[in-house]
Design a protein around this ligand. Structure first.
Ligand SMILES: [Ca+2]
Length: 381
């Protein structure tokens, strides 16, 4: 009887599993089920690991810049595995959700070697803020030089939450859009003088762009849209629409189509509720706020978003990809004009911090972990 006892044991385990999962219906599993990455409908290649990686940018020569939450910016060569921790980065607050956050190349990077990056900036007191900076990448020196803070969120807040800090250039590369989270303070999202809980539109030097839609009404001149919470991703689609993903309250994560001057309702309305289960009124047709195009209940805890329109995965063209932290998933949202529809939801078995589309059309992910994996997704065989 070489295998019968094993079969019996397996049957018993399966019965137990069925019983316990029925018992646990609706309750979060204490140990999430392990995900077999090889069973996913795309190939997953582990490229490297980083200490709490946060974002990445692709250089023209195939190297990458990778930010780590605690303040390091790393020049990484995926061909050789070589990592250089760049000198010259500014002091970064990194308690709670504070981090060295996004990094993108300037539109003229090939000639200027200029980058834009965001981080949680400490102050002399306990307050911190979301800062946007530029620097020159000096590869020979292994350093960032000419570091300049070009925009600071207002006001500074004593809180370690909801910095946001995502950067996207307008399709014509004449402006940049920057997100400031509401720092878990609720009301700043509706405060016209605060940049918190807003999408901002700036000139490339960080000054508020001329012609922003609410400046003449007395709003902070950088504000493009408001009533938002923790805006963890922004991306333009091929038609020039700006999409935004935000971490909402319990069951209220949202994708919004960002329209100039629009108010998205936080903290007055949300399809979610407070984390302590206190209700927040749902959106209604006549509430005067822009409604999300997609929302997640249960929560995904979105951490980043990328727009995909490349050839490597033809079936994914015109999609948004969203990574989840506690949701431990990669979600694909299909776009059709102003309509956004949930299309795929792959459990990944890890907290995901970032998604980017590489120059070859592969999808790149960063895991939120002390040994966070950098993963490259390509079509299977
Ligand atoms: Ca609600």
């Amino acid at each position: 009887m070489p295998f019968r006892p094993q079969r019996l044991a397996l049957a018993a385990l399966l019965a137990l599993g069925a019983a316990s999962s029925a018992f646990a219906q609706g309750a979060p599993a204490t140990t999430p089920p392990k995900v077999d990455l090889a069973a996913l409908p795309f190939a997953v290649t582990e490229v490297a690991t980083f200490a709490y990686p946060w974002s990445m940018a692709f250089l023209p020569d195939g190297k990458q810049l990778v930010t780590q939450k605690r303040g390091e910016m790393i020049l990484f060569n995926p061909q050789t595995g070589e990592k250089t921790v760049l000198q010259g980065t500014p002091p970064v607050a990194s308690a709670g959700q504070a981090a060295l956050m996004d990094v993108v190349l300037a539109p003229d990077f090939a000639s200027s070697r200029k980058i834009y990056f965001s981080y949680s900036e400490p102050s002399e007191g306990k307050e911190t803020g979301t800062a946007l900076a530029t620097a020159t990448l000096n590869e020979a020196a292994g350093a960032l030089t000419d570091v300049q803070v070009i925009f600071r969120a207002e006001p500074l807040i004593t809180s370690g939450a909801h910095y946001s800090g995502r950067i996207a250039f307008s399709p014509d590369k004449t402006h940049l859009f920057f997100t400031n989270g509401e720092r878990a303070q609720f009301d700043p999202s509706q405060d016209p003088k605060s940049t918190l809980g807003k999408v901002l539109r700036l000139n490339l030097d960080g000054t508020p762009a001329a012609g922003n839609p609410l400046a003449e009404k007395g709003f902070h001149p950088a504000i493009w849209s408001y009533g938002q919470r923790n805006l963890t991703g922004i991306a333009f689609d091929a038609d020039g629409r700006l999409w935004e993903v935000e971490m909402g309250p319990l069951g209220g994560d949202e994708i919004n189509l960002v329209k100039p001057g629009a108010n998205y309702g936080w903290p007055v309305r949300s399809y979610g509720d407070h984390y302590d289960k206190r209700p927040i009124p749902d959106h209604t047709e006549d509430d005067g706020f822009e409604k999300p195009k997609v929302y997640w209940n249960p929560s995904l805890a979105p951490s980043s978003m990328a727009y995909y329109n490349a050839d490597l995965f033809p079936g994914w063209r015109n999609s948004l990809f969203v990574t989840g932290l506690s949701g431990q998933a990669l979600a694909r949202v299909a776009l059709d004009g102003e309509t956004a529809t949930k299309a795929d939801h792959w459990r990944m078995g890890m907290r995901l911090r970032n998604v980017r589309v590489g120059p070859d059309g592969a999808l790149w992910l960063l895991e939120d972990s002390p040994k966070g994996r950098m993963l490259k997704l390509t079509p299977k065989g």
